[in-house]
Design a protein around this ligand. Structure first.
Ligand SMILES: *[C@@H]1O[C@H](CO)[C@@H](O)[C@H](O)[C@H]1NC(C)=O
Ligand SMILES: *[C@@H]1O[C@H](CO)[C@@H](O)[C@H](O)[C@H]1NC(C)=O
Length: 341
């Protein structure tokens, strides 16, 4: 299983590995052979490459969380994942977006933590001084920029350099356009949702002055937002000039920058299929009372399910002893599971 930097580097053989699970050293080894922009980055900025690897992992883990009760559950430990990445279906769009978002997030976080030489907290001195009345929170309280704001622009630009490098326009312009669009949608799911945090200064909490800084959204929130975009993804096709994307169907409005786009319909992911990268849903745990995608009807594709009792060991009757140990007993817990046949 190779992972995705190769994939990230050469459009025509995108599935050589999945970026997504590769350690930074092998990313760079692979990339040396492939040369190009990414090889350059490996040489010049190895610390950033580490963060890129962390960011793609963060993205894939969030993908697995968001899709945990769906037929396609973002399993990445299989060559089937590479197959997904080679297509232009909604699932592909989500993976590209969430990993580009993960990379922006991880790099920006590393900047704020002081882990990179190239960047640090956001410089707010250059920012327009806040007007004393129009500020976050309490009216009329004086405030100024301070603390450690997240330099999200730095993470955004690095994610752009690394993640977009693969999709140079070439033979397959339409696919490259779609991938680039979805990468950008992912980065914007971080950059466009910065929140302001403040702290009060003053005698006994009187809050005569507040300092404020900008923080990125929690990554879970980024995942939730991208899942919404996945559910409302826009289907597009290439225009005659090979350079533009045209919405398909009767969408009233064209997709905006934060929407996910795709050009091919997804398989149903019901049975295993090497060609489509579907693992099938046999043996998956489903919920016999739920009516949504986690319900046995939908998840098992109407094939039905069987119930099984499993015995799990859990900590129980835990007691706290002064000071400071917690002692527990082991209890066996029976759990009813429904599994797709
Ligand atoms: C995801 O699906 C695969 C294949 O059906 C299964 O082996 C795996 O256990 C699932 N993962 C989770 C977290 O449900
Ligand atoms: C199964 O679905 C029901 C109804 O949606 C829900 O209340 C319950 O928590 C679910 N059980 C599990 C184990 O997720």
């Amino acid at each position: 299983m190779g992972a995705g930097f190769a994939l990230l580097a050469v459009p025509s053989c995108r599935a050589v590995g999945s970026p997504l699970v590769m350690d930074p050293n092998s990313i760079c080894r692979k990339t040396k052979r492939l040369a190009g922009k990414q090889a350059e980055l490996c040489q010049l900025e190895p610390e950033i490459v580490q963060e890129v690897a962390k960011g793609t992992k963060l993205g894939v883990r969030e993908c697995q969380y968001q899709f945990r009760f769906r037929r396609w559950n973002c399993t990445s430990h299989s060559k089937y994942f590479g197959k997904i990445l080679q297509q232009d279906i909604r699932e592909t769009a989500f993976v590209y977006a969430i990993t580009a978002a993960g990379v922006s997030h991880a790099i920006t976080q590393a900047c704020s933590m002081g882990e990179l030489l190239q960047c640090s907290c956001e410089l707010t001195r250059s920012r327009a001084p806040p007007s004393p009345t129009a500020g976050p929170g309490t009216e009329g309280t004086a405030w100024e920029w301070g603390g450690c704001g997240d330099d999200v622009q730095f993470g955004y630009e690095k994610s752009q350099q690394f993640m977009d490098a693969k999709s140079k326009k070439g033979k397959n312009d339409i696919r490259a356009l779609i991938d680039l669009h979805n990468n950008e949608a992912g980065r914007l799911a971080v950059r466009s949702y910065m929140r302001t945090e403040c702290k009060c200064h003053g005698l006994s909490g009187s809050c005569t002055l507040r300092t404020c800084w900008r923080k990125m959204p929690h990554f879970r929130e980024v995942g939730d937002r991208l899942l919404e975009r996945f559910n409302g993804a826009f289907k597009v096709m290439g225009g005659n000039d090979g350079k533009t994307l045209i919405p398909v169907g009767d969408n009233i409005k064209p997709p905006d920058k934060q929407d996910l786009i795709y050009s091919a319909d997804s398989p149903d992911f019901c049975s295993a299929n090497r060609k489509t990268g579907s693992l099938g849903t046999r043996g998956r745990v489903c919920n016999s009372t739920a009516m949504d995608t986690s319900g046995c009807d939908l998840l098992c594709c109407g094939r039905g399910h069987r119930d099984e009792t499993v015995v799990l060991e859990e900590n129980c009757l835990c007691r706290f002893h002064w000071c400071c140990v917690v002692q527990c007993r082991k209890c066996s817990v029976r759990q009813e599971l429904s599994l797709c046949v």
